[in-house]
Design a protein around this ligand. Structure first.
Ligand code: AMP
Length: 291
């Protein structure tokens, strides 16, 4: 496994690989890896000759009052986890080579950086309504990574539901020659969606963080029982959240189309429920397909 820290070197390596006819799978991450990330790494190992995992806590996708400075980092631990995941995957996999790309902030955003990629409409809703600059940061860094690495296939998680929709739109609009694979959410044993931010919790917070999952689970049960009125489901979800975490602050609970993010009043095919809740001041997101 090779670690590359400069954009120039990564570009040169990617060029050489393309020249040799090797296919590349990329897994973009912000580091502090958990099983959710590693599930993507394992899938990538099956999909191409070369796996590139990127570790970059991207400052431009954090708002001025958000947690960029304290975002958890553990480069050594991350490298170990990637190595172990790929070692276990080798026997059954297509990949023959792996690269960890860890660019520096100044290299990605040099002085006078002024070019941004923006997906316009989809980023105004849900997360984008609460975090106005977030998706501009995401689409810009993903564009840069695609340009530097030139992957054939890129792996992202359903955990960041709106991000997946926005990136699909960007790839379509800009004609990136890359296939996007969106992998299912990996959860802790109690149902909490794995997230690097779960590291912020003390014991009580960690227990109560499961409220998002409990709410989604109750929504799914109602949908299965034939309830279609989203308002009714949302009311129950709010009650479940409050019963699990008295101090929770709900940013939003939304029912939308899986592909267009168009709001839905009734649960029907392709309806996804997504929500954001602050639990003990940690802002969590989660989602589940209901129809
Ligand atoms: P992050 O490091 O949080 O930017 O996440 C990197 C990638 O891992 C993104 O595509 C996320 O959607 C994905 N991811 C994060 N958490 C999970 C999870 N619990 N299950 C599956 N994928 C995840």
């Amino acid at each position: 496994m090779q670690t590359i820290r400069s954009i120039k070197k990564m570009q040169a390596a990617a060029r050489q690989l393309a020249h040799k006819g090797k296919t590349i799978a990329v897994v973009p991450t912000m580091g502090y890896l958990h099983e959710g990330h590693l599930s993507l790494v394992r899938k990538a190992a099956k999909a191409a000759d070369v796996v590139v995992v990127t570790i970059f806590a991207n400052p431009t996708q954090f708002g001025p009052k958000e947690d960029f400075k304290k975002y958890p980092r553990d480069e050594k631990g991350d490298v170990k986890k990637i190595k172990a995941a790929l070692k276990a995957a080798t026997a059954a996999s297509a990949f023959k080579q792996s690269i960890i790309f860890i660019p520096k902030v100044d290299d990605v955003y040099p002085d006078e950086f002024q070019t941004w990629v923006t997906v316009e409409k989809l980023t105004k809703k849900l997360e984008g309504a609460k975090r106005p600059e977030h998706f501009r940061g995401v689409t810009t860094i993903v564009t840069k990574l695609f340009n530097i690495i030139r992957p054939d296939v890129a792996f992202f998680g359903q955990k960041d539901f709106q991000q997946a929709v926005v990136l699909k739109q960007m790839v379509r609009d800009l004609g990136f020659p890359v296939k996007l694979v969106i992998a299912p959410i990996v959860r802790e044993a109690d149902g909490l969606a794995m997230s690097s931010r779960n590291a912020y919790f003390d014991e009580k917070g960690r227990w109560e963080a499961v409220c998002l999952y409990y709410a989604l689970r109750s929504a799914k049960e109602m949908a299965k029982a034939g309830v279609t009125d989203c308002k009714k489901v949302e009311k129950e979800m709010r009650a479940v959240i409050k019963a699990t975490c008295r101090t929770a602050k709900i940013d939003y609970i939304a029912f939308t189309d899986n592909n267009t993010l168009a709001p839905r009043k009734k649960i029907e095919q392709n309806t996804v429920c997504s929500l954001s809740v602050r639990v003990h001041s940690v802002r969590l997101i989660d989602n589940m397909k209901l129809g």
